[in-house]
Design a protein around this ligand. Structure first.
Ligand SMILES: Nc1ncnc2c1ncn2[C@@H]1O[C@H](COP(=O)(O)OP(=O)(O)O)[C@@H](O)[C@H]1O
Ligand SMILES: [Mg+2]
Length: 304
């Protein structure tokens, strides 16, 4: 549905995209994962026909964003870091307005607005002015507005940045359902967890280039997988703890009272039971999943 080849864009000498490649299958959710300044918004703006690339190819639904921008615009929706919500209108009115701008009949616009408000858990506040909404509600309304046009492809530029964890989860579950309606999603994020929860394919982008592509599982494996951190009640038991934990992962390390070992997440209950059986009391246990930083260190060989 989305195909990008050797895409380049510089802003007066500042290279934003440096030969980016990307493929997004129809009906899937793909994530572009990268830190601030990696070039994510630049790519989204090019795909949305808001910005011209210097060179390379970018297509949506087989249409070129540079040669056929109007055909591309008919296929896409865009929501993201900026929001097009009108504070003076209610949530419902905002959606109907967008629907009318896109030439839906009044009846159809009302019907779709109600459906989307329900799907995004905004039914209860549909009659309230958007100006009174929380950040999370606004973001969901913005997403719903993007869907009033029934786009074949929807671009979400850092959809949950700045949201509290609860709003983030609500938005995630809404986004996860979008492919059921036949919409292909490309979202950008700085959070490995977000890519993990939502996307079936992840492209890691750094300094305008794709440095890795794969399923979340494949990328996490390259980032070194999860680690268990066990805090010992008595540091003198470190040798016993280390021996037990070495059954679960290679080379446990000791730092202060904390022993760390790479583990399969599913092995955690067994690890706890074995420590208990070996008579090692603990005061804390944490499962540390690889972060974007870990992934970057692994993927760039540490010189990022
Ligand atoms: N309008 C602009 N003018 C000059 N430089 C820009 C502009 N927009 C982005 N950049 C630069 O291009 C690079 C990529 O930016 P951007 O695409 O916004 O990355 P991201 O969305 O991943 O944070 C950064 O170095 C940024 O400073
Ligand atoms: Mg950005």
């Amino acid at each position: 549905m989305i195909r990008v080849e050797n895409l380049r864009k510089a802003y007066r000498g500042v290279v934003a995209l440096d030969g980016l490649d990307l493929d997004v299958a129809e009906g899937s959710i793909a994530a572009l994962l990268g830190p601030n300044g990696a070039g994510k918004s630049t790519l989204i703006r090019i795909l949305a026909t808001l910005l011209r690339p210097d060179s390379g190819r970018a297509e949506v639904g087989g249409r070129s964003v540079t040669a056929q921008p109007y055909q591309v615009r008919a296929l896409i929706g865009l929501t993201g870091q900026f929001t097009a919500v009108d504070d003076l209108l209610t949530g419902h009115e905002n959606l109907v307005l967008v629907g009318r701008l896109y030439r839906l009949s009044g009846k159809e616009a009302h019907r779709l607005a109600d459906e989307l408000l329900g799907a995004f858990e905004l039914g209860g506040v549909a009659g309230r002015r958007a100006g009174t909404y929380s950040g999370g509600m606004r973001r969901r309304l913005d997403l719903a507005a993007g869907l009033m046009t029934r786009p074949r492809a929807l671009f979400l530029d850092e959809p949950t940045t700045g949201l509290d964890p609860r709003s983030r989860r609500t938005l995630w579950s809404a986004i996860r359902r979008l492919p059921e309606q036949g919409t292909t999603i490309l979202l950008t994020t700085q959070y490995l967890e977000e890519a993990d929860r939502l996307a079936s394919a992840v492209t890691v982008i750094d300094r305008g280039r794709a440095i890795a592509t794969g399923t979340p599982e494949q990328l996490k494996a390259r980032a070194g997988g999860a680690r268990a951190e066990v805090v010992l009640a008595d540091p003198r038991q470190a040798p016993t703890a280390t021996e037990v934990m070495s059954r679960y992962g290679a080379r446990p390390t000791l730092e202060g009272e904390t022993v760390t070992v790479p583990v399969a997440e599913s092995a955690l209950p067994d690890l706890l039971r074995d420590l208990d059986t070996a008579g090692v009391p603990i005061t804390g246990l944490a499962l540390r999943r690889p972060t974007l930083d870990d992934a970057f260190l692994a993927l760039t060989g540490g010189d990022s």
